[in-house]
Design a binder for this molecule. Structure first.
Ligand code: SF4
Length: 586
């Protein structure tokens, strides 16, 4: 039975520049108990379509259709249809406790008393596998992690008892391990309640793992639809092939020029009351290499990047640059530059692209450039061209660019001062697959050409395995494993690294469905999170021993590989020997 049925939906935006057609006669349906995917690059019209269905289009938009129904009835958001958004924070009221936010939705739906609504809210929260649901009910949104908040939003959606749920990029902001838990939860909800689910995503791995049918969108039209096997193994449209190729493309890695240390971080510690602190992080970045840092959100990756660029100050520890202590102010005087995750948020909306680059040059360029306006302009023009933009783009404001173009400006701004180290903090995660590949190609070309060392922070294990020569994995503010990327990816030692790699989804339906993290039946740990005492991963670890809850493991080193886990200690597992060639114990 067709639960959601959209027939010939068209949407236009009326702008100062004229009429812009965003959707052209979109036909789409989702069956009962089915998960259907809607994929396409950003700007293809996916979100417009969903906003039109939910009646959330902006005032300057108009729509026409031959019918949008849920089980033959008109769509009533919050009654027969619910939506889960990419950013759970934006859907929750920061000043209201979690329990009350779910309870109010239950009461609005069931018109029941406070106690009954509270019991139902607890039941729903428990169903999402959040762990300690009673405690969570009494907490505020800021006290929970991104994965937990997404579970709360799912509980609120379920409280509406909808016939269909639209999930718009529900796991884009989450790391691979938490993503796997949320996808498993969505699948379980569909199986247990028969709710239909429309998954809107630019992530082809997520779509391959979860959906049976898929629609491919481009420029406001459905260009292709069918079973995931048909679309992923035998795409009929050139555009679908391009989308699939963009996630499979491999690059030759830059291994770095020398094994010489450019940046050395020793026992870096920064404590926060909440998450995202780091403890005793020690690592080295070699000249000209790409070192990738993996881990979930809140694991401390961004804090480390911010300390290195001087945005934050460490509590303890030292940073050496070419064996000399790094200056305290303005960290490295432009030698270390950063490309941020959100290119829009990191650019000043009042400055044109040219002005933003000029500002960077005036702050950290050469003395001649600082003094000579024409020299700066010439350099900015060249840099704009190098990142694939035009001279005319210099006079445009950030709002006039697409997400990919804004990220190009972010890269240009970082590179224009000729840094020796580039830190990319989730620089690709807000972009769709095709744009991701273009920006990645650009970054890798420039990195190779100029031999810049790069600290590449990402939660996407596929990207990390493809582009870095060495990597580190962070959990709970600690660096739990480091080594050569090909060795870590093919033989992970730390249980958390293994979990991350197991959960990384491929754009291949049969392989993605075999991922243990996603396959039905595997129990969630309930997201118990970082442990205060002992090994921070002990609450989630299937290999935990008695010692793991009592003391924190030190870092055990075996040549280039280092791992912080008792499984590799002689004292606790009896398997450690400096002469023994260690392979995975897990
Ligand atoms: Fe698991 Fe113990 Fe190793 Fe921590 S130290 S990762 S709990 S086995």
């Amino acid at each position: 039975m067709r639960v959601l049925d959209i027939q010939k939906l068209s949407v236009q935006y009326h702008t100062e520049q004229g009429e812009c057609r965003a959707l052209e006669e979109l036909d789409l349906h989702v069956e009962e108990g089915e998960i259907t995917g809607l994929v396409g690059e950003s700007g293809s019209g996916k979100s417009t379509a969903m906003l039109a269905v939910m009646g959330l289009l902006k005032e300057n938009a108009s729509m026409q259709s031959e019918g949008i129904t849920v089980c033959g009835e008109p769509v009533v958001p919050g009654v027969n249809i619910a939506m889960i958004f990419q950013n759970p924070q934006s859907c929750l009221n920061p000043s209201v406790k979690i329990g009350r936010q779910i309870t109010e939705t239950v009461r609005a739906k069931r018109h029941c008393g406070r106690r009954e609504a509270r019991e139902r809210a607890l039941e729903l929260l428990d169903m999402t596998g959040i762990g300690n649901a009673k405690v969570r009910m009494r907490q505020y949104p800021f006290e929970l992690s991104g994965g937990m908040l997404q579970r709360v939003v799912i509980a609120i959606a379920l409280a509406c008892e909808p016939r269909v749920i639209i999930a718009d990029e529900p796991t884009t902001a989450l790391d691979a391990a938490v993503q796997a838990q949320i996808l498993r939860l969505l699948r379980r909800i569909v199986e247990e309640t028969g709710t239909a689910l429309l998954l809107v995503s630019h992530d082809l791995g997520v779509t391959a793992s979860l959906c049976r049918r898929v629609y491919v969108m481009r420029r406001g039209r459905i260009v292709e639809s069918g079973s995931v096997e048909d679309i992923f193994y035998d795409p009929g449209e050139e555009y679908t092939k391009q989308l699939l190729d963009s996630v499979k493309k491999k690059r030759k890695l830059s291994e770095g020029t020398k094994e010489e240390s450019l940046l050395r971080v020793e026992n870096l510690t920064k404590e926060f009351d909440t998450r995202d602190g780091i403890r005793d992080v020690t690592l080295e970045l070699h000249e000209g290499e790409i070192f990738a840092l993996a881990g979930e959100s809140g694991s401390g990756k961004t804090t480390l990047a911010r300390i290195l660029t001087g945005i934050l100050k460490e509590d303890r520890g030292t940073v050496f640059y070419r064996d000399e202590l790094l200056e305290r102010n303005g960290r490295g005087g432009g030698r270390i530059q950063m490309v941020f995750q959100d290119p829009y948020g990191s650019l000043n909306p009042c400055l044109t692209a040219g002005q933003a680059l000029d500002e960077a040059l005036r702050a950290a360029g050469s003395p001649e450039e600082k003094a000579d306006r024409e020299k700066r302009r010439e350099r900015i023009r060249n840099m704009m061209e190098r990142v694939g933009l035009t001279e005319e783009d210099m006079d445009k404001y950030p709002s006039e660019f697409s997400g990919g173009q804004r990220q190009r400006i972010g890269i240009a701004r970082a590179l224009i001062v000729r840094p020796e180290i580039l830190i990319c903090d989730e620089a690709l995660s807000s972009l769709d697959a095709v744009t991701q590949q273009q920006i990645l190609d650009l970054l890798l070309d420039i990195q190779k050409e100029q031999q810049i060392a790069c600290l590449f922070i990402s939660h996407d294990m596929h990207v990390i395995c493809r582009i870095s020569s060495r990597m580190g994995v962070m959990y709970g503010g600690r660096l739990v494993e480091t080594g050569r990327t090909r060795e870590v990816c093919s033989d992970p030692w730390h249980p958390y690294t293994k979990l991350l790699l197991d959960a990384a989804l491929e754009a291949d339906p049969l392989r993605a469905r075999r991922i243990p993290g996603i396959s039905a039946g595997k129990q969630s740990t309930g997201g118990r999170g970082v442990q205060e005492k002992g090994c921070p991963f002990a609450g989630e670890c299937g290999y935990a021993m008695k010692c793991c809850t009592e003391q924190e493991p030190e870092v055990y080193r075996f040549g280039e590989r280092a791992v912080s886990c008792f499984l590799y200690s002689e004292e606790h597992s009896g398997r450690r020997s400096r002469d023994y060639i260690m392979t995975s114990q897990i």
